[in-house]
Design a protein around this ligand. Structure first.
Ligand SMILES: [Zn+2]
Length: 89
């Protein structure tokens, strides 16, 4: 009997959480300021450019460097091997 009201979409208003991404995954992806931020699902992947955009707004680069939504830069933390990329002369 309540078909009309059940059709209304409930939009949660989480105004007290400024950093809430528009994550619709279940379970929700870790936020950009959590330690396992890299576990968020990629929403855009550009291997030819060497980066992925995660659901929480983190830009994850091929070399494991990260750029957080607040502009903070995380240095690469996984060694690429013994020979660092050969720089073009
Ligand atoms: Zn997500």
């Amino acid at each position: 009997m309540n078909a009309a009201s059940s059709r209304r979409t409930q939009i949660p208003t989480t105004t007290d959480r400024k950093n809430t991404p528009m994550c619709q995954h279940q379970p929700p992806c870790p936020t950009a300021d959590s330690a396992d931020r890299e576990a968020a699902l990629p929403v855009a992947h550009h291997p030819e450019q060497g980066w992925s955009l995660l659901c929480n707004g983190v830009l994850l680069f091929e070399d494991t460097g990260e750029l957080l939504p607040n502009g903070q830069i995380i240095a690469p933390h996984r060694p690429l091997g013994t020979s660092q990329v050969v720089r073009a002369a």
